[in-house]
Every structure is written in structure tokens, then in C-alpha cells.
Write a protein that binds this ligand. Structure first.
Ligand SMILES: [Zn+2]
Length: 276
């Protein structure tokens, strides 16, 4: 045991830099000349005194800052990799304009804040409602909150999945599967908006199935109602969707079309500008 401790002490000694201004205190330990806290400590193990090196306050702070910077870089990299559109990195609950469905938005905020519990329960969300009510905005807010908290999130749009053809090689397919299986939360945006071909349907169902098998949560947004999703007229599809329902809490997102509202406002602004 002593040999092990001596080995660790030697490794620590190699990692500690001794500077000119460092000095030996009245207790015989080495002190940092900058922050005046010890760079050594005295411990007794099995009746023997050992004086290994340790980090002084300023080195501890330096290490903490480097670790923090590394964490931040990781978060920003994951954020860039998450979304198909860089603007979405900015979508936050705090930037909501208050015109959408506040009850649904608040439920999604709670989901993001209690994600650890949701993860343990293996529960995701099925956010459904009409086009343009703000489902995708709210889903991106969930993603950004989780990313800030250190979770990994991947955003996949059903339309893009539908437009994507066959994989060119095994590597491309593996990369895609990794996107589906590895993140802590997978977001499938706009389910049902993809082109309805057998190929697309198969791709979407295989994605949902693959994700379900990981027992990790997913957040799905869709313009379809739960009834429309469970009565597809296809037994296999119905089975996959009914499994999806068991793993997601339905959240109905109501309200009027925000995009139309913005377009209407823009139109009025331009009319004013033109003096019409
Ligand atoms: Zn120091």
C-alpha cells in the first residue's frame, strides 16, 4: 500500500511546478509564493509520515478553469452538431415572446429541467398540434437547455430523413445509426411531414424502432394527432407507433400559426413603409 501511495506521490511531484518564489514554511512544507497556500501536505499512513505534493489554491483554480473551458468547448461543439440550422442554437425558453401555448411550453420547460428523472423513467415527449404553433421552437428550447446542462442531443427532421436516399457506404450508415442511438435525447421533428413513400416510411419506422431499443428518450413533434398516428392502416406501423406512445408523454400544442402572424405583421409594416 505504501508503495502505491509513494508512486502516486511521485506522479504528483512530477506534475507540480516548483517556482523560484515558492518557499518552505515554518511547518517544513513547501508553499506557493503567489497564493501562499501549501504545495505539500503531511499525512500519516501505517505509522509512517509521508509528505506528498498537492495543488496550491491558484493551481487548483487554474485546473478548474481549464476543465470549465474544455466543458464549454464540448457543449458548443455538441450544440453545433445537434441542429441542422445554426440559428436554432439561439432558441431559448427565455427568448419566448409569450404568444404561444404557455401551458405546453411550460410542460416542455419542466421536462428539460427534470430530464434526469425522465431519463431514468425512459420517458420522452410526443408534441402534437397544428402547423406553425411553435412546436419546433419549444423542442429546440428543450435541446438547448439540455445541451447547456451537459447532455448530448441530436435533432433529426423527418423531411430530411425522407429526402435522404440510400446510404453510399457502410460508414455513412454507421454514422447515421450512431446519431440515432448515442445522444441522451433524440428529437424527431415534424413526423408525418415527410414524403409518404414506402422507402421513407420504412426509414422513419426503422429509426423509431432503433431508438426505442436503446431505452433512451426521444422527443417527437408532429402535425398529426395521436389517433392519426395509431390508425395508419398498416399493422407494423401501428405497432411501432403504439410502442412510441408507451415511451412518450403526449403534449398538445395549441394556438394559431405563428409564421402566418409574423408574415401578416411584416406585410403591415411594409404597407406602412410604402404609405399604402
Ligand atoms: Zn499558488
Amino acid at each position: 500500500m505504501l508503495a502505491g501511495i509513494d508512486y502516486i506521490a511521485e506522479k504528483t511531484r512530477q506534475a507540480i511546478e516548483v517556482h523560484e518564489e515558492d518557499y518552505t514554511g515554518t511547518d517544513g512544507l513547501l508553499y506557493c509564493g503567489k497564493c501562499r497556500t501549501p504545495k505539500q501536505c503531511r499525512i500519516e499512513i501505517l505509522g509512517q509520515i509521508r509528505i506528498p505534493y498537492c495543488l496550491c489554491k491558484c493551481e487548483e483554480e487554474h485546473d478548474r478553469r481549464i476543465q470549465e473551458e474544455m466543458n464549454q468547448e464540448r457543449t458548443e461543439r455538441l450544440r453545433r452538431d445537434c441542429f441542422p440550422d445554426a440559428d436554432m442554437c439561439q432558441w431559448q425558453f427565455a427568448s419566448d415572446d409569450g404568444t404561444g401555448d404557455q401551458k405546453a411550453l411550460s410542460a416542455m420547460k419542466n421536462y428539460a429541467e427534470k430530464f434526469k428523472i425522465m431519463q431514468e423513467k425512459q420517458l420522452g415527449l410526443l408534441v402534437y398540434g397544428d402547423v406553425g404553433v411553435g412546436k419546433s421552437f419549444a423542442a429546440a428550447c428543450v435541446a438547448n437547455t439540455l445541451l447547456t446542462d451537459g447532455y448530448s442531443v441530436k435533432w433529426l427532421s423527418a423531411i430530411q430523413i425522407g429526402e435522404r436516399g440510400f446510404f453510399r457506404n457502410e460508414q455513412e450508415q454507421e454514422e447515421y445509426t450512431r446519431c440515432v442511438t448515442s445522444p441522451d435525447l433524440l428529437i424527431l421533428d415534424d413526423l408525418g411531414a415527410e414524403r409518404q413513400t414506402d422507402f421513407t416510411a420504412e426509414r422513419i419506422h426503422s429509426l423509431i424502432n432503433t431508438r426505442i431499443l436503446t431505452n433512451k428518450p426521444m422527443l417527437v413533434t408532429t402535425n398529426l394527432t395521436p389517433d392519426q398516428l395509431t390508425n395508419t392502416g398498416n399493422v407494423q406501423k401501428n405497432r411501432i407507433f403504439s410502442r412510441l406512445f408507451k415511451m412518450t408523454v403526449p403534449v398538445q400544442y395549441t394556438g394559431s400559426d405563428r409564421r402566418k402572424k409574423i408574415m401578416k405583421q411584416n406585410f403591415h409594416d411594409v404597407k406602412d413603409l410604402l404609405g399604402l
